[in-house]
Ligand binder design. Structure first.
Ligand code: PMT
Length: 410
């Protein structure tokens, strides 16, 4: 969720922003973006594609940024040794606004054939893409596929707005407003450290309940939601213990990961670290039942039917709710019906401070997806709708709410 940007309180002095401008009518808005960033004392280097230079004269960006503008990679170097590498290294953040279907396609497919694409590909800085184009181009499945591919690679995409486009069509494709872009860049350049000094336990992924040495009961949780929360909490300064069921995900930087298999396993590992925790976020999907009798040998398929007797697993969240004390306990609810009612029951029963309720049958929500659509419901019954967004973004929304609770208590 974007922070409200109070320009007078933000100083980007010492921060290097590389702004790529590709060829679209929205290039004129990139002038305002440059001006706003300059007012926050950032250093801005502008790279324009040849077509961008047809829309706005490079001199405009040069005057606004007070820096040379790069328009062609075969120009005689002005003050860099190898310009695209030098700018790529210099960038603290790299923003492309407007980003046409062409530059998006190049980045998603590894094509580097001009100054902007080569520099964007050579940078290790966070890249922020701000698409702007005709609505039909934007909705073209190839463009959407490229945008999704970039999101998966960690590029930040600022969605275009809806409205009347330069071509006269009405729809989604207008470049996001410069103020919104500035807010996102500030967020990247000056990340919040509001969880410094806090210890956060995040549970993530599925559990596996072994039936015999080769079979188990599990569910479709990929761990993406929990790993995103762990990653963001660490970036916000917390010590993070990630108690994780089996997933294919890499451990986020700075996070201590504790692998578990079964729900009983998860309970014992969480309890082991509970005393030192300030915040516990239960995004895992622990199996509610386990087999009553584990077979130490592989069960043979000797008969047409096989009946497994299951017994209830401990409810970790419920157990924690009884002993949570001053700790903040956040739950999730994976529902297929009566989302709000069921989630409210869980908030009360498990003593959560708030719950993140996802209707796992909704498009783009729940298990395995990169996005989620949720409602945040607190113990007073207040419901906040959170629209569909990347799990990485939702992680920050959840942590913002945790942070709000901490501030209210202080
Ligand atoms: O991992 P992903 O693919 O990204 O998918 C994300 C998710 C759908 C798994 C996640 O968003 C989610 O909803 N997690 C909770 C899943 C779940 O178990 O929901 P529940 O309604 O059954 O449980 C309610 C709460 O109790 C949850 O916080 C759960 O972690 C906890 N619980 C449940 C059972 C149990 N035995 N012990 C628990 O602590």
């Amino acid at each position: 969720m974007l922070r409200t940007c109070k320009p007078e309180s933000i100083n980007l002095s010492g921060k290097n922003i590389v702004l790529g401008v590709s060829g679209g009518i929205a290039a004129y808005k990139a002038c305002e973006l440059t001006s706003r960033l300059k007012k926050l004392n950032a250093n801005i280097d502008v790279i324009m594609t040849r077509s961008a230079a047809e829309f706005v004269a490079p001199l405009t960006f040069q005057s606004l940024s007070l820096n040379q503008v790069v328009t062609d990679m075969f120009d005689a170097p002005k003050y860099w040794e190898v310009e695209h590498i030098s700018l790529a290294k210099k960038a603290d953040v790299f923003v492309i606004a407007p980003a046409t279907a062409n530059i998006i396609g190049k980045l998603a497919n590894g094509i580097a054939d001009d100054m902007l694409s080569t520099t964007a590909m050579a940078t290790k800085a966070q890249v922020v893409i701000v698409p702007a184009m005709n609505v039909n181009m934007y909705e073209n499945p190839v463009v959407q596929k490229n945008i999704e591919a970039l999101k998966e690679l960690g590029y930040i995409i600022i969605d275009p707005d809806e409205g009347r486009l330069a071509c006269g069509d009405i729809g989604k494709g207008k470049m996001a407003e410069p103020a919104e872009i500035v807010e996102k860049l500030v967020e990247v350049l000056m990340p919040k450290r509001d969880l410094e000094g806090k210890t956060v336990i995040v549970t993530a992924g599925p559990t596996r309940e072994a039936i015999d040495p080769v079979r188990y009961i599990s569910n479709h949780s990929s761990g993406k939601m929990g790993y995103a929360i762990a990653d963001k909490a660490a970036k916000r300064g917390a010590r993070v213990l990630l108690v994780s069921g089996p997933t294919n995900l890499a451990t986020p930087t700075g996070v201590e990961r504790i692998d578990i298999e079964s729900t009983a396993d998860m309970l014992s590992k969480v309890l082991m670290h509970f005393q030192n925790a300030d915040i516990i976020i239960k995004s895992a999907a622990p199996a509610d039942y386990t087999v009553e009798e584990y077979s130490s040998q592989k069960i043979k398929k000797s008969s047409d039917e096989l009946t497994l007797k299951l017994k209830k697993n401990p409810d970790i969240a419920y157990e924690l709710g009884k002993i949570k004390g001053h700790r903040i306990l956040v739950g999730f609810a994976a529902e297929t019906n009566d989302l709000i009612e069921n989630a409210k029951t869980k908030v009360n029963k498990k003593n959560f401070d708030f719950i993140v309720a996802n209707d796992v049958t909704a498009e783009g929500a729940g298990f395995g997806t990169d996005t989620n659509v949720v409602k945040l419901i607190d113990k007073d019954g207040e419901v906040v709708d959170v629209p569909k967004m990347q799990k990485t973004e939702l992680a920050d929304v959840i942590l913002d709410k945790v942070s709000e609770i901490i501030s209210k208590r202080a």
